[in-house]
Design a protein around this ligand. Structure first.
Ligand code: ZN
Length: 452
């Protein structure tokens, strides 16, 4: 039996029964959290000294397209309905070869681990052949990130797949990938990255969700971003439209900026989870993040990085931006009522929970991850509080949310296994594959013929 004990940390468990503990321990056996408390005994355990560290669950990114990792830094000035649709989905996506998919997911996942995200929902389109998905999954496996791999449509034929598409999700390939690559892997879960009623016919939107139900997996869908599809078809936005009666806790909606409060209320009643991707949405013209409407409906938002060709894969930024932008709207409403703002609406704890346990719920994984709870898997990060930028630490949660950045993430464990120690990733593949990764990104940009 492999035992590890994390000693003398400042524990932010995000488990309401455990709360925050100073100078406390986390005992891990075979990748499972056994106990969280003071002065735990642990014979024959590997000891990780957590003095001067905050110990908390790893972040959960509920929506990212890891495939854009090696074309990072090109879309920082793009809008969704301008360059992104034309250049990313209409051009670059079609140029990906299976080996590019391997390298993109390998380094995208390594970036996630380095910056403290231990679980991500990878919304994987650009699956131009079944081999593309196989190699994407190989990259995740070699990096060691816990992932809900959401199998999406091809990226080399936008006309067929993204405009009132009559093509159903590629069921045979999905089942094959599940059986051959995902079913027996402890860190991987399958999901379906569906186009939904904004991009397909009503029949296809419904059939795709039925397929997800048949497979028993999460259906994750982009909806209600920008004015699409009303800007294309000249209709008012229809909300959930054809899938209104098919919603449930296994449906995850990314964006939903233009849904009415009524739509969100209905969805929350049915158990739907929402992914706000605040930084990308604010840049690219999606509209106002859905955070406020989700809270109004009595649920809680989750955060996602979304388009990592625009922005960094660091979840800390999404936590900060998601929190502050919602506070701005709430404060403005009070000011417009001629009142002073005397307290803030959302707390740092709210933002951190959205980045951890709420993300876990959205991915259907709350029994496995998202808090330091005995019985859950040991996906744990440790943040230094003795750095000149983080010391002195008076409130661990505030230090995590506002005073630390990825450079303070000292240690990361996934399933009880250290993947980062003393601020460095342990996986030698970072150096082994680095040159191929860079070459892949440069070739894609060259072939795309973009004038950057
Ligand atoms: Zn997205």
């Amino acid at each position: 039996m492999a035992r590890t004990i994390i000693r003398n940390g400042s524990i932010v468990s995000l488990d309401p029964d455990i709360g925050e503990l100073e100078e406390a321990d986390v005992l891990i056996e075979d990748g499972e959290i056994i106990e969280v408390g003071h002065g735990l005994s642990a014979s024959n355990a590997e000891v990780i000294d957590a003095s001067n560290h905050i110990v908390l669950p790893g972040f959960v990114d509920s929506h990212i397209h890891l495939w854009q990792t090696q074309v990072r830094g090109i879309a920082g000035d793009w809008s969704l309905m301008g360059d992104y649709f034309d250049d990313m989905l209409g051009n670059i996506a079609g140029l990906y070869q299976p080996e590019d998919m391997y390298l993109r997911n390998l380094f995208g996942a390594l970036e996630k681990l380095h910056t403290g995200t231990t679980t991500a929902l990878d919304w994987s389109h650009a699956i131009n052949t079944p081999e593309h998905a196989e190699r994407a999954v190989d990259g995740l496996k070699d990096a060691g990130l816990r992932t809900l791999y959401a199998y999406g449509p091809p990226g080399n034929d936008a006309e067929t797949w993204w405009f009132e598409s009559t093509e159903s999700h590629p069921e045979e390939h999905v089942r094959q990938l599940r059986d051959e690559k995902i079913a027996d892997d402890d860190l991987l879960n399958l999901g379906l990255a569906l186009r939904g009623p904004d991009f397909t016919t009503e029949e296809v939107a419904r059939a795709d969700i039925e397929l997800a139900r048949d497979l028993g997996v999460v259906a994750t869908i982009h909806m209600g971003a920008a004015l699409w599809p009303s800007s294309v078809y000249g209709e008012d936005y229809q909300g959930f439209g054809a899938i209104t009666d098919m919603l449930g806790p296994d449906v995850n909606v990314a964006h939903a900026n233009h849904f009415s409060q009524e739509d969100i209320d209905h969805a929350v009643e049915q158990g739907v989870f929402f992914s706000a991707t605040p930084e990308v949405e604010m840049q690219m013209g999606h509209g106002i993040p859905v955070t406020g409407k989700v809270l109004e409906a009595g649920s809680r938002p989750t955060w996602g990085v979304d388009v990592c060709s625009n922005i960094s894969g660091d979840m800390g930024s999404q936590m900060r931006i998601g929190l502050q932008v919602q506070r701005m709207f709430d404060n403005q409403e009070i000011l417009e009522g001629d009142q002073e703002v005397t307290e803030v609406s959302l707390t740092c704890r709210d933002a951190l929970e959205s980045a951890t346990i709420e993300g876990a719920r959205a991915l259907g994984m709350e029994d496995e991850i998202g808090s330091l709870t005995p019985g859950k898997r040991a996906d744990i990060i440790m943040i230094r509080t003795d750095d000149f930028m983080t010391a002195p630490c008076h409130s661990p949660i505030q230090t995590v949310v506002f005073q630390s950045d990825p450079s303070h993430i000292d240690t990361v464990l996934v399933d009880g296994e250290p993947v980062k120690r003393d601020g460095e990733l342990l996986n030698p593949i970072v150096e082994e594959e680095f040159d191929r990764f860079v070459e892949s990104g440069c070739r894609l940009i060259d072939e795309a013929g973009l004038d950057l």
